[in-house]
Design a protein. Structure first.
Length: 150
């Protein structure tokens, strides 16, 4: 993993958003649109992204600090500017990962309401992902979040 960690920022301009910040931006937008960003939801996102190789070796506390920093940036500079920078910093595979993180947060109660579905599609379009791919990501996450029969 250290090889990939070292290459994460390689070749990027100084004013380009770091990939780790960029990949969590859509999920933080989802938290902000769905609820007031609170410690519980930020903690949930920190746990989710901690499983990604992008965050390998980082503890949940460090990831939480990163999330709080991006959330502050969203409040200070606005979601459009920060999201545009995030999209520019991510290649297609990591935009898919970012979408999965955002969908997982939107589905934290096990379902997507109508407003959440609209937000999901807006994020997907901004990430330039085909609707079919977004539907596939959603289906996989829905399978992972099924409740036990009973």
């Amino acid at each position: 993993m250290a090889l990939f960690s070292a290459k994460r920022g390689a070749g990027r301009e100084a004013d380009t958003m770091d990939v780790t910040r960029a990949v969590v931006t859509p999920a933080l937008l989802a938290i902000g649109a769905d609820h007031t960003p609170d410690r519980e939801r930020m903690g949930l996102l920190a746990e989710i992204v901690s499983f990604s190789p992008l965050f390998a070796g980082g503890d949940t506390g460090g990831v939480l600090k990163l999330l709080e920093s991006v959330a502050a940036d969203l409040r200070k500079r606005g979601p459009n500017i920060v999201m545009n920078e995030a999209v520019a910093a991510l290649e297609r595979p990591l935009r898919e990962t970012a979408m999965a993180f955002a969908l997982r947060i939107l589905m934290d109660d096990g379902a997507l309401g109508e407003d959440e579905q609209h937000l999901m599609m807006a994020i997907s379009r901004q990430l330039d992902l085909p609707d079919e791919l977004t539907d596939t990501i959603y289906s996989v996450l829905a399978i992972l979040q099924r409740a036990a029969p009973g």
